[in-house]
Design a protein around this ligand. Structure first.
Ligand SMILES: O=C(O)CCC(=O)C(=O)O
Length: 284
């Protein structure tokens, strides 16, 4: 039976998160990895042209190349290229519309599914405070009064094995039950993340999500979660996707959602070309 079994659904509903192991194989991740490699290649080309690095380091493995590039380029360079990337490349479409992922989404939100406009690639390079996300609820980043109580599960997908020293995600089980809590824009990371106010995090249970490549971490939009520092010499590559019922508002209407599965309008399911051209799909 594809998707989540009853015990997994129950765990997710009670705890607001779930790790599903062995969802994706290397074939499922190949195209998204190529998309990331293309961006790394472009960054290397730019820094080489600026004479900030001695070579493209093209023979370095995926797991370390970007870290070596930024290290060679010197302090302050990594933030220039952003804390996360939201690019329109075929690899991202391929991952977003992967049937194994959509089967899981379907068990949580039903068969009319849009990929939420908020998705990110996060190349967490070592020693970069601007990419360490503090405790937050994803709904804080949306027009949360419109989407309050809606199911918008995030799918956090590592492209490498992620150990606790490598910027693991941490979740706080059952914080969904607190509802939408107050938050502020933090001032210490250089990014201005939206952070849950401290009074809400006192005494919370914390689970560190040590994960293998190919596993998926599901996070409810109200579950507190954060990332931790990467103290290795490798890059913690991950993608986070979100899904929701196509008939509901996304709370992020400035960018289009993408219809990825539908039983009532299968002909309207987006193609890769429509994704690349930014077709503003919204199901009525
Ligand atoms: O990948 C990370 O470090 C943070 C991810 C996150 O907070 C999110 O997807 O909402």
């Amino acid at each position: 039976m594809p998707g989540l079994n009853r015990a997994q659904q129950q765990f997710y509903l009670e705890n607001g998160y779930l790790i599903v192991e062995g969802v994706l194989d290397d074939g499922d991740l190949r195209q998204v990895r190529e998309a990331m490699n293309e961006t790394v290649e472009a960054i290397a080309g730019k820094l080489l042209a600026e004479r900030k690095i001695p070579s493209l380091m093209a023979d370095q493995p995926f797991e370390v190349r970007l870290a070596l590039i930024f290290e060679a380029a010197g302090p302050g360079i990594a933030p220039r290229f952003g804390r996360s990337w939201r690019e329109r490349k075929p690899g991202y479409f391929h991952l977003m519309s992967n049937p194994k992922i959509l089967d899981i989404a379907e068990t949580l939100i039903g068969p009319e599914i849009v990929a939420h406009p908020v998705y990110n690639t996060r190349p967490m390079v070592p020693g970069s405070p601007h990419v360490i996300v503090p405790w937050h609820q994803d709904c804080s980043y949306l027009d949360y009064k419109r989407v309050a109580m809606q199911e918008i599960p995030a799918f956090w997908i590592p492209l490498v094995d992620v150990t606790p020293d490598m910027g693991c995600l941490q979740v706080a089980p059952r914080t969904r039950q607190k509802g939408i809590v107050s938050y502020h824009r933090e001032t210490y990371s250089g990014t201005g993340f939206l952070e849950v106010d401290e009074e809400h995090t006192k005494g919370i249970e914390i689970v560190t999500c040590d994960m293998k490549k190919g596993s998926v971490l599901l996070i409810d939009q109200m579950t507190f979660h954060r990332s931790t520092p990467n103290t290795t010499n490798r890059v913690r590559w991950s993608v986070d996707l979100r899904y929701q019922d196509a008939r509901l508002p996304t709370g992020f209407e400035q960018q289009p959602a993408l219809l990825v599965r539908s039983v009532t309008r299968p002909q309207a399911v987006a193609t890769v070309d429509e994704f690349l051209s930014g077709r503003p799909e919204r199901a009525a």
